[in-house]
Design a protein around this ligand. Structure first.
Ligand code: UDP
Length: 316
């Protein structure tokens, strides 16, 4: 297939772009490099540096778009909500209009567990209430709402994948954020010597060890789901799937596994809670398993951390 990957120079977008190229697809990456890296665009993909609002200039008979380009920092979204609404919702509406004008009728969208907000039960199912607690989640949920509307009004075929905690690496493709907020890369930065200690954001949550529980999914497994979603996108329908491993790990458990994998003592300092963090976020991925046959091949946290760690080694 001929495909446009927006945000294909970012962490998840670059892994998906790499897997698409490996599967024999013709891939164009559109990325403004605001947070991505040109060297993360896989060999074999065409690269266009630009905004998603310029997608109309790039779309040229593609079969589908895989849309990753977005602002994705919860804290920043609280400080600058307008940025999130304009980039994530406004930018995507411009992309959808460009797709409509160019006759591109299928999209796979990078959605998020942040659309659910504070869950009422665990694991979270797709039919559960969506009550985002920050502008990031709200802007992603608004796109999901628009996709449902455009499927009905314009016959768009859309699949939204709601990611839980994506981690790990795929060969040389790894997480590289200028401002790193995520747990696993921050813990590994202690092992590489870039940080002295990791902060544990709260130990008074209603969990066994008092720290937050999250569902970590390997970026390679997550990427594979996008290839399945492409095949499942059907005109006039908007499908929504959670993507996680179905198992939760606490912050303390993640740090322990990182210690085991790296052999580094990784000092941890307990700090206050981070605003807006739900105690437990675990996905039910039963729907995508049942409907698309997706299954995590590397669900073990140890493997996820080991792959992230290997990608940080200079030999990669
Ligand atoms: N966390 C932490 N220290 C850090 C980064 C994150 O204790 O340096 C905690 C955070 O409060 C959350 C969990 O680790 O409970 C996962 O956070 P992350 O930012 O990786 O993902 P999120 O669940 O917010 O999408």
């Amino acid at each position: 297939m001929r495909l446009l990957v927006t945000g294909g120079a970012g962490y998840i977008g670059s892994v998906v772009a790499a897997q698409l190229v490996e599967a024999g697809h013709e891939v164009t990456v559109l990325d403004d490099l605001s947070t991505g890296h040109a060297d993360a665009v896989p060999d074999g993909a065409r690269f266009v540096q630009g905004s998603i609002t310029e997608a109309g200039d790039v779309l040229d008979g593609q079969d589908a778009v895989l849309h990753f380009a977005a602002r994705s920092l919860v804290g920043e979204s609280v400080e600058k909500p307008g940025l999130y609404w304009s980039h994530n919702l406004g930018g995507t509406l411009a992309l959808l209009d460009a797709m409509h004008a160019r006759g591109v009728r299928r999209i796979v969208f990078s959605s998020t567990a942040a659309t659910y907000g504070e869950p009422e039960r665990s694991p979270i199912q797709e039919s559960d209430p969506t009550r985002p607690t920050n502008p990031y989640g709200a802007s992603k949920l608004a796109v999901d709402t628009a996709l449902t509307a455009y499927a009905g009004l314009r016959g768009l075929g859309a699949v939204s994948l709601r990611y839980f905690n994506v981690a790990g690496a795929y060969g040389r493709y790894r997480e590289r954020h200028a401002v790193e907020t995520h747990l696993i890369p921050n813990v590994l930065k202690v092992a590489t010597g870039e940080r002295e200690s990791v902060s544990v954001f709260g130990t008074d949550y209603p969990t066994d060890d008092g720290t937050c529980i999250r569902d970590y999914v390997h970026v390679s497994d997550l990427a594979r789901a996008h290839l399945l979603a492409l095949g499942a996108a059907a005109e006039g329908e908007h499908k929504i799937y959670n993507l996680g491993s179905g198992t939760g790990f606490s912050v303390q458990q993640v740090i322990s596994v990182c210690r085991e994998v790296t052999g580094h003592e990784i000092p941890a300092v307990v700090g206050p809670r981070r605003a807006g963090d739900p105690a437990v976020l675990v996905a039910s991925s039963a729907k995508i398993e049942h409907e698309l046959g997706w299954k995590a091949e590397r669900p073990a946290l140890r493997d996820i951390v080991a792959d992230a760690w290997a990608a940080l080694s200079p030999n990669q």
